[in-house]
Design a protein around this ligand. Structure first.
Ligand SMILES: *Cc1c(COP(=O)(O)O)cnc(C)c1O
Length: 473
């Protein structure tokens, strides 16, 4: 055995204890750690001949990078849609690394890990009040989930035209209809050879809405004259968390020939709350659904699930099959996840989700979700009552989309945002909403409290004063 490895193996217990202490320290001080840091990396790396061992490597990490690790898992990191990690999720994540399973088949090697994954999907279906007629699995993020679902959609549309696109490749265009698709759905179209230019834009409702105008959708579906297509529906847009009308879509599905995909990366969690579950009413009629776990489920990156209706298992296998095993006749007999999704070898990505779901249950997630929404509303109310900030849309769920009352130029907003985020107490990200430059604050972290909202509000006003002072000069 190599000398360095031998030394590390002999002191494994100590190494893990050192890491445990550091992790506990970081997690307990997350609320006080900076949400931004200048990335000042000057040295260029070189690979040492014999290596420095695990202990020295930790020292090197701490010396070079530790101070620059931002508190993105902390309570006031409101940029993008950034979840944290629950204590149980971190326990599951550590065990995933330690057991290091290759999660593929239900029979033979990796037997238990694939079973844990199947079981975790059942738990998630319970959480989202979805029927067990969906087959699901874990991928790295909602982007890969959209990719997976849309590849089955592509196969389905091909099948309607008596074509096997996975084998034959694409020729001609297969229409994809959507109103406010997430950028990752368009990226998935590019990766799938569907062509991102082939997106047919459906009008949004008037005013500050991002949801589909169902009349326009129906008009465009009718114009296709029975030609099969894919409809990507938003189960929560990222700017204002607007939901397409799922009930109307399930009605249209009875009349027209389309694959119904829902990108519910974080909006799916509305289903956890009795107050908000109406937003997804009817979604069980969809053919496929994308849900992120590293956002509102609060498990570490990288974790998302796809859900595809069981009846389309064969189409999914056609898209992703890696071997010529006879599972087409009996997909469960030789089940392996590698035939249903992009990756072959894969970690036991389900375990952090399994841990956190069992640890906190339906009530835990209802509380997390309602807390996030309540805090978003609190910030929204402060903005609404203020002279200097302006809401670009009402706070519909857990995201606050706003701008400065008197400026609309992107450069101004960026200056304000710089001042806001530089102090390291709060982090938000810029956006463009219906042509207006805006800022988003998204709440999906279990740690955030009303005290954080007070601090965020103070910081926003401090940053505004600094911004004014600079522009007046
Ligand atoms: C975040 C998000 C995605 C992309 O998810 P990743 O996990 O970053 O791959 C897709 N759709 C929606 C609605 C999102 O919020």
């Amino acid at each position: 055995m190599n000398g360095q490895l031998k030394t590390d193996l002999s002191q494994l217990g100590n190494l893990l204890e050192v890491i445990r202490l550091q992790c506990a320290e970081v997690l307990q001080s997350l609320g006080n750690r900076s949400t931004s840091a200048p990335a000042l990396i000057k040295e260029s790396p070189h690979l040492d001949d014999i290596g420095i061992g695990a202990n020295e490597t930790l020292r090197l990490f701490n010396q070079r990078f530790e101070k620059m690790m931002v508190a993105s898992a902390g309570p006031r990191y409101l940029g993008f849609v950034t979840g944290g990690s629950t204590p149980a999720a971190i326990m599951g994540d550590w065990l995933t690394a330690v057991y290091d399973q290759n999660t593929q088949a239900l029979n033979g090697n990796g037997d238990v890990s694939a079973r844990i994954e199947v079981e975790t999907i059942q738990l998630l279906l319970d959480l989202f009040r979805l029927p067990h007629s969906f087959f699901g699995g874990f991928v790295t993020g909602a982007t890969m989930s959209n990719f997976t679902c849309l590849s089955v959609a592509r196969q389905w549309v091909g099948r309607q035209k008596n074509r096997d696109i996975a084998r034959e490749g694409l020729s001609g265009t297969l229409p994809v209809l959507s109103a406010t698709p997430h950028s990752s759905a368009i990226k998935s179209m590019a990766m799938l050879g569907l062509g991102s230019n082939n997106l047919v834009k459906i009008q949004t409702l008037e005013g500050n809405r991002e949801a589909m105008d169902m009349d326009d959708l129906e008009k465009k579906l009718a114009a296709l004259n029975g030609e099969p297509c894919t409809v990507i529906c938003s189960g929560g847009t990222v700017n204002t968390v607007d939901f397409d009308d799922m009930k109307a879509l399930s009605g249209l599905k009875k009349k027209y020939n389309f694959w119904w995909h829902i990108d519910a990366a974080f909006g799916a969690f509305a289903a956890c709350s009795p107050i908000h579950q109406h937003l997804v009413e009817g979604w069980e009629e969809a053919d496929s659904i994308t849900i992120d776990c590293h956002k509102w489920l609060n498990v570490p990156y990288d974790s998302a699930i796809f859900l595809v209706k069981e009846e389309y298992r064969n189409l999914q296998v056609e898209s992703f099959q890696n071997s010529n095993a006879p599972y087409l006749e009996d997909p469960l007999a030789n089940f392996s996840y590698m035939n249903f999704l992009p990756e072959n070898s894969r970690r036991l990505r389900a375990l952090p989700a399994w841990f956190t779901l069992n640890a906190y249950g339906k009530k835990g997630y209802c509380d997390i979700v309602e807390n996030s929404i309540e805090l978003a509303k609190q910030l929204g109310e402060k903005i609404e009552a203020s002279q200097v900030f302006h809401l670009l849309a009402p706070v519909r769920l857990n995201t606050v989309c706003f701008t400065l009352a008197e400026v609309v130029e992107q450069v101004d907003l960026h200056q304000f945002l710089d001042k806001l985020t530089k102090e390291g107490k709060v982090f938000m990200t810029p956006t463009v909403f219906k042509g207006y430059a805006g800022i988003r604050a998204a709440f999906v972290n279990w740690r955030t409290t009303a005290d954080d909202i007070e601090l965020v509000w103070q910081e926003m006003n401090r940053a505004y004063a600094a911004f004014k002072k600079q522009t007046v000069k």
